[in-house]
Design a protein around this ligand. Sequence first.
Ligand SMILES: [Zn+2]
Length: 159
Amino acid sequence: MVSLRRETMKTKNRCIHCRQVFIPNPRIKHQEYCGRQVCQNARKTKWQRQKMALDSDYRLNQKDAQHQWQEKNAGYWDKYRQSHPEYCQRNRQLQKLRDAKRRAQRLAKMDALTQRITIIPSSYKSCDPSCKKGLDRQTQRFGIKPDKKEVHYDHQNCP
Ligand SMILES: [Zn+2]
């Protein structure tokens, strides 16, 4: 029994937050975080995020508690913003970054959409332009010029 205890005392874990080796608490099964305050805070934040994502009761309780706190401490954030101009400045910069990211994503989406419309199914390629009327109209609406190549049309393969 004594030797077994000595064995478990010897094992070491690596903290998944700070990557430092630590001796786990024998009372805690599968301890992933060391005892440092920053790592314990990280563990709690991760747990809370998972709980918020998976537990609707917990989510409702949190919302309720926040609402009550806001009613008790009305004007707290106005005062905080007034006394912490660097906090406002940082928030504004982060919001600008988020806006730019969203704009880039929207442009990428529009690019993908227009590219999809210019692709004409291969079965239409050898047809008379009248066969792909609908497709042409769609490409014109998006301001895309259809190809003007000289093609010999073969009506036998029209869909
Ligand atoms: Zn740690």
